[in-house]
Design a protein around this ligand. Structure first.
Ligand code: PLP
Length: 359
């Protein structure tokens, strides 16, 4: 075997060894006294070694690049990210001894920037979310490096038939529950890779589970899902880090999504404060978006007299948002009065009556 191939083989062995050392993420049930025979579970992806659901994607992106012959010894890795993917990719780049450059919007939380740098990554800032693509392309040309391009590749690099993807893990962990086949799995979308994997897996497994994608404000996904217009764009980016996009990303696959819910940002932020009260755990904004949509679906199931389970995702830890979603001054300065929604959610948890305006 020549040296290049030997290096690639050793790199793949290191990635597989890292995977072999890692445990799977937990699935836990949340207690909702007001809901009878409707069980809600959270798949906690914040406990991955790099702290988010992006740990899975980053590993798949590296394996894809290595097995495609696109990554070799000393290749500079470049990625466009809202932070979490870059943190996970910086971790794997360090594992393989490769230089890494993250292209992130200037608004990205400093906690995330510091974590990218902790793993030896360099950070290239752009002023607006829409600028990350071109800046990454340019850097790849200037450095002769490899642009991972999660937004295009996410739906391609993940094995949706199994191989311990997030869907297979959820169904394995649900197998001994009262309602082992979830009625709904709820996630949100940044690249769209997670919803693509979930939607393809449930169809491949031929079970009745439906996929709901929750979308924040300042995102084109919900409108695209309704209209089919792939050319929709927005100038400003989403305020819920990690999800919602100013353009329809190539990895967003509407055909595997059964419904979408648009969640107001104030509701996403109120929901993570409610989670902190009932679980004593802090999660990021996208977890709030997921939980709000899951509770809305549970309210609709209760109204319809349906029984079953709903699974959703906790995507990253709230510690990354101590200066924003968990900072009262930031919430007030940005016009987010979470109190009315927080109270309504707590009342729903007690009564099972969903008292919010229709979607
Ligand atoms: C915190 C968080 N939640 C959810 C997502 C959405 O995941 P996906 O890119 O698979 O759609 C991301 C993606 O970056 C994220 O960072």
């Amino acid at each position: 075997m020549n040296d290049d191939r030997a290096w690639v083989s050793e790199a793949i062995r290191k990635l597989e060894a890292d995977f072999n050392r890692s445990a799977d993420t937990h699935l836990f049930e949340i207690d909702l006294p007001g809901l009878r025979n409707i069980d809600i579970y959270i798949k906690d992806e914040s406990v991955h070694p790099t702290g988010s659901l992006k740990h899975r994607l980053a590993r798949s992106l590296f394996l894809y690049g290595l097995c495609n012959g696109a990554i070799a010894e000393a290749t500079t890795i470049i990625e466009a990210s809202s932070g979490n993917t870059a943190i996970s990719e910086a971790y794997f780049a360090r594992l393989l001894g490769l230089p890494f450059i993250a292209v992130v919007p200037r608004s990205t939380s400093h906690q995330k920037v510091e974590q990218i740098q902790f793993y030896g990554g360099k950070v290239h800032f752009v002023d607006h979310a829409v600028e990350v693509y071109d800046a990454s392309q340019r850097l790849a040309i200037e450095t002769g490096g490899y642009y991972m391009d999660q937004f295009t590749s996410a739906e391609k690099v993940t094995d949706w038939r199994g191989n311990n993807n997030i869907a297979e893990s959820i169904f394995r962990q649900m197998s001994k529950e009262t309602y082992p086949i979830p009625h709904w799995i709820v996630c949100s979308a940044g690249t769209g890779g997670t919803s693509a994997t979930l939607g393809r897996f449930v169809r491949y497994q031929r079970n009745a589970t439906k996929i709901c994608v929750a979308d924040p404000e300042n995102s084109v996904f919900y409108d695209f899902y309704q209209s089919g217009d792939r050319n929709l764009t927005l100038q400003s980016g989403s305020r819920v880090e990690g999800i919602g996009r100013p353009r329809v990303e190539p990895s967003f696959i509407p055909g595997v999504i059964d419904t979408m819910i648009r969640v107001p940002d104030v509701a996403s932020f109120a929901a993570i404060h409610v989670l902190e009260e009932i679980l004593d755990r802090r999660f990021g904004g996208s977890t709030g978006t997921n939980i709000f949509a899951s509770l809305q679906l549970a309210g609709a199931m209760a109204m319809a007299g349906k029984h079953g389970s709903i699974v959703t995702l906790a995507c990253d830890p709230g510690e990354r948002y101590a200066d924003s979603y968990f900072n009262q001054k930031w919430l007030v300065d940005n016009g987010y009065d979470i109190e009315p929604c927080r109270r309504k959610l707590l009342s729903f948890i007690e009564t099972g009556i969903w008292d919010f305006p229709p979607d």
